[in-house]
Design a protein around this ligand. Structure first.
Ligand SMILES: *Cc1c(COP(=O)(O)O)cnc(C)c1O
Length: 307
């Protein structure tokens, strides 16, 4: 049995903007570890166990680390997650709750990641947060479910961090014969490594991440994500942190579900569907989820950004 759930797919009454336009939600926020990441990470972890791995190592203090910890517990495989000192107590708790060992090391992700990499032995599997073809294969299952429901969207809206979700969704579209369905790829200002790479015509590296949408905070996107932009119909959109947070708060009222600003970025575009997605009549939004922002934190950001 796979480690992820088959998630709900339904039309959002709150978002369907103009006559004849419908916005559909794929509720990845309902996955037990709180985000879509368990699809790819669960799939990869099962495959690594088949190949003989006896331990998983991750360096993500976010949803990828939580998903790896969850997968390890479910599979009975020990997990080590190395996180930087900047990681919140809450994130460390969520990882530890899944019985994974949390090692705090270094001032930034780079140092934590370097230690994690140095720990990997021949019997360990390193679980990358976005840049692994096994992850993309696993993420693609969310599109299989949409196809099985016989709902063909005319655009898919999703958030981009390192681009693992993008690679997985495009793989899912292709394997269901939907290579013609465009993807709208959303980032926040200050975490827009994909948009800036497209503008530059090459993969750029951001000097740092200045957005609160930390789950979108890959300084450089996966090579495959950049390559797909040349092969698949795709549009890139960048929203502000304020728009992402307001969308999270609105979504909470409309659909009674809490998500991170990383997901709110896509929701912000969906709420403005009449303006930015006017040409599409059936929009599929990947509600990617995320557990690292509490209701209180979202409300505080909402005040800071003048909600
Ligand atoms: C990881 C993550 C993203 C970005 O996914 P990538 O595969 O890195 O592009 C978006 N939203 C949430 C909630 C995430 O956890």
């Amino acid at each position: 049995m796979p480690l992820h759930l088959h998630t709900p797919l339904f039309e959002s009454g709150a978002m369907s903007a103009r006559d004849g336009q419908s916005v559909w939600l794929k509720m990845e926020a309902m996955q037990p570890p709180g985000s879509f990441k368990i699809r790819g990470i669960g799939f990869a972890c099962e495959e690594y166990v088949r190949r003989g791995a006896t331990r998983f190592i991750s360096s993500s203090g976010g949803n990828a680390g939580i998903a790896a910890a969850y997968a390890g517990r479910r599979l009975g495989v020990p997990v080590v997650v190395v996180v930087p000192e900047t990681t919140t107590e809450r994130a460390k708790e969520l990882i530890a709750r899944e019985n994974a060992q949390v090692i705090v090391h270094g001032a930034s992700f780079q140092e934590a990641n370097a230690l994690a990499q140095s720990m990997v032995t021949g019997t360990d599997a390193f679980i990358h947060p976005f840049d692994d073809p096994l992850l993309w294969q696993g993420h693609a299952s969310m599109i299989d479910e949409v196809a099985a429901a016989r709902f063909k969207p005319d655009a898919v809206l999703l958030s981009v961090g390192g681009g693992g979700l993008l690679c997985g969704v495009v793989e899912g579209l292709r394997r269901n014969g939907w290579s013609d369905v465009p993807v709208v790829a959303v980032e926040t200002v200050g975490a827009d490594s994909f948009a800036q790479s497209l503008a530059a015509g090459e993969r750029i590296e951001l000097p740092g991440i200045s957005s609160i949408a930390t789950s979108l905070g890959a300084r450089r996107v996966a090579e495959q994500a950049f390559a797909l932009a040349q092969q698949h119909p795709l549009r890139s959109v960048v929203v502000s942190d304020a728009e992402a947070v307001q969308a999270c708060l609105r979504f909470m009222d409309d659909h009674r579900v809490v998500v991170e600003p990383a997901c709110g970025a896509s929701l912000a575009v969906a709420y403005d569907a009449a303006r930015s997605l006017g040409q599409y009549s059936k929009v599929l939004v990947i509600v990617c989820g995320g557990v690292t922002a509490t209701v209180q934190q979202l409300q505080k950001w909402g005040e800071v950004f003048g909600g």
